[in-house]
Design a binder for this molecule. Structure first.
Ligand code: NI
Length: 176
């Protein structure tokens, strides 16, 4: 089953998700539904459970190689810095250039209950950080200074008010 994506303003996106203690059939079904939802959108690479209204520490991703899932993830090491135009399915249309660590080590649990550790850099490292933020109830706006947030919210408002207006080559906001 494909879910509706919750968007900015929905309180579920501001609340912290709870760890998954028991990997039962419901969790497996939920993960299937998360992939179905992600693929139905066509423009996303990752999706966290709160984005479909479920407060559980789960996210799925697919960078074109294979569908992957992690439960109860955390970043245990990070290093370097990388600038990237970050976007979010829950803040449709807005891309903001954000600085975050370039390499991370993520630890979590797979659907089989085994601990997994994944070292990632650049885009994959960025999506890990972004999705774990979702599990903490943190959105891109929360990572900005007050001035940056004001500019980003204004930009998002203009996108939301005229979603069909011709878009410049690619909307992006530089907020370094
Ligand atoms: Ni997002």
């Amino acid at each position: 089953m494909s879910y509706q994506i919750r968007t900015f303003g929905d309180p579920v996106l501001k609340s912290a998700a709870t760890p998954v203690d028991d990997i039962d059939a419901k969790v497996v079904r939920l993960v299937d539904d998360m992939f179905e939802t992600l693929y139905s959108l066509g423009n996303g690479i990752a999706l966290a459970a709160p984005q479909i209204g479920v407060r559980k520490q789960i996210f799925v991703w697919d960078l074109g190689e294979q569908p992957l899932v992690v439960l109860n993830p955390e970043i245990v090491e990070s290093s370097g810095e990388w600038l990237y135009d970050e976007g979010c399915l829950s803040i449709p249309g807005l891309y903001v250039e954000m600085l975050r660590p370039k390499e991370v080590l993520m630890r979590g649990v797979g659907l089989d209950g085994e601990t997994i550790e994944i070292e990632a850099d650049e885009l994959e490292a960025r999506l890990f950080q972004h999705e774990i933020d979702h599990l903490d109830g943190v959105l891109m706006f929360d990572r900005m200074t007050p001035d940056q947030r004001k500019a980003a919210l204004a930009e998002f408002r203009s996108i939301s008010e005229a979603p069909d207006a011709p878009v410049p080559e690619r909307r992006r906001l530089r907020l370094r």
